[in-house]
Every structure is written in C-alpha cells, then in structure tokens.
Design a protein around this ligand. Structure first.
Ligand SMILES: Nc1ncnc2c1ncn2[C@@H]1O[C@H](COP(=O)(O)OP(=O)(O)OP(=O)(O)O)[C@@H](O)[C@H]1O
Ligand SMILES: [Mg+2]
Length: 170
C-alpha cells in the first residue's frame, strides 16, 4: 500500500475500541438486505461460532470494510445468485468470508483490483458505475487492524474474499 492519508489520520485520532464482530456482521447483513433484494440476490449470513469474537479497532472502519466487500458481492452477481457472509474463528484469528456466485475475476486482474480507481472493464461494472475505491479502502482498513484480505475467484463461477483479523487477547 503506497499512501493512505485519510486512513492513517483516522487511526491517529481515533482510539481503539473492543469491537464485536457478531454485531458488525449482523448489522451489515441487515443494512444491505434491501440492496440484495433489489438485485434479486440472496444474502445469507452464517455465524459458525457461539462465543463472541472481539477485535481491537475502529467499529466504523470495520463496518465499512465489510460493507464494501458485501456490496461488491451483490453488485457483481446477477439476479438469482447468492452472497454468503460467514463468520468463523481459526486459532487466534477471526475469519470473515464473503462468497458470491457472481461474474468472478480473471487471474490477471486479481492483483490490480486493489489499486485505486481500477475497475474491470465488464458490462456489469459499467452498470454499477462505482469509483474503484471500495477494495483499496477495504485493504487499508484490514491492514490498519493487522489483518489481511485474501481472494479466490473463478471467472463465471464466483468469488470469495476472506478477511483475517487478529482477535483481542483475553
Ligand atoms: N465480488 C466481485 N466479483 C467480481 N468482480 C469484482 C468483485 N469485487 C470487485 N470486483 C471488481 O473489482 C473492481 C474494483 O472493486 P472496487 O470495490 O474497488 O470498486 P468498484 O466496486 O468498481 O467501485 P466502488 O466500490 O468505489 O463503488 C470492480 O470494478 C470489479 O470489476
Ligand atoms: Mg465496490
């Protein structure tokens, strides 16, 4: 990541809170349900852990991180498709997966989509008309929380973004 002026300022001035990932995941699913419905896409939440998962960080930013990825999942999936939002835990990390059955991303583009203003030149992205900022912002937020975003995709089949965030130590 080259520059992240806005984000590093956010981190500088905002203190770190305990943030519940269960709350964020359910809030994001609730907020984006109308968008999914309008697109004819089924948005399914799957919380695979009973205990609460907490990370230290900024709730608004983490909310935005998830919103950006789930919005993409909905926007780049045709009607009758699905977006699965999964919350799980592996050792000392929370895993949040956003899996869609959408248009997918070709291998050549998979590294570039995290660049600012980069958009794959497809019919679908022309329709949605975004700025190409959702993913760079998401990546910067994950990094600011010592986490990462990993992507797996097959053109025509779908895409899975996996966010890993270190859990708050007990
Ligand atoms: N789940 C996905 N499936 C297929 N393509 C995707 C997916 N997520 C992102 N992309 C591709 O990556 C590009 C960059 O995504 P990004 O979220 O950064 O920008 P955007 O969605 O085009 O605009 P913005 O998020 O700023 O409104 C998209 O234009 C699209 O081509
Ligand atoms: Mg986007």
């Amino acid at each position: 990541m080259e520059r992240r002026g806005w984000l590093s300022r956010q981190n500088q001035y905002s203190h770190s809170d305990r943030v519940s990932l269960h709350d964020i995941v359910s809030d994001v699913a609730e907020e984006l349900a109308p968008l999914a419905m309008a697109a004819g896409v089924k948005l399914i939440t799957d919380i695979r852990v009973q205990q609460s998962l907490e990370v230290m960080g900024n709730e608004q930013q983490l909310y935005r991180l998830l919103t950006n990825l789930v919005t993409n999942g909905i926007q780049y999936t045709a009607a009758d498709g699905k977006v699965n939002l999964t919350l799980d835990r592996y050792q000392q990390e929370a895993l949040i997966a956003i899996q869609d059955t959408g248009i997918g991303i070709a291998p050549m583009q998979q590294t570039r989509i995290f660049d600012r203003f980069y958009r794959v030149n497809s019919d679908r992205s022309r329709i949605t008309g975004g700025f190409g900022l959702g993913l760079p912002i998401a990546a910067a937020i994950a990094q600011a929380h010592q986490g990462s975003i990993h992507l797996q995709s097959q053109p025509g089949k779908g895409t899975t973004f996996t966010i890993r965030l270190p859990l708050k130590r007990r």
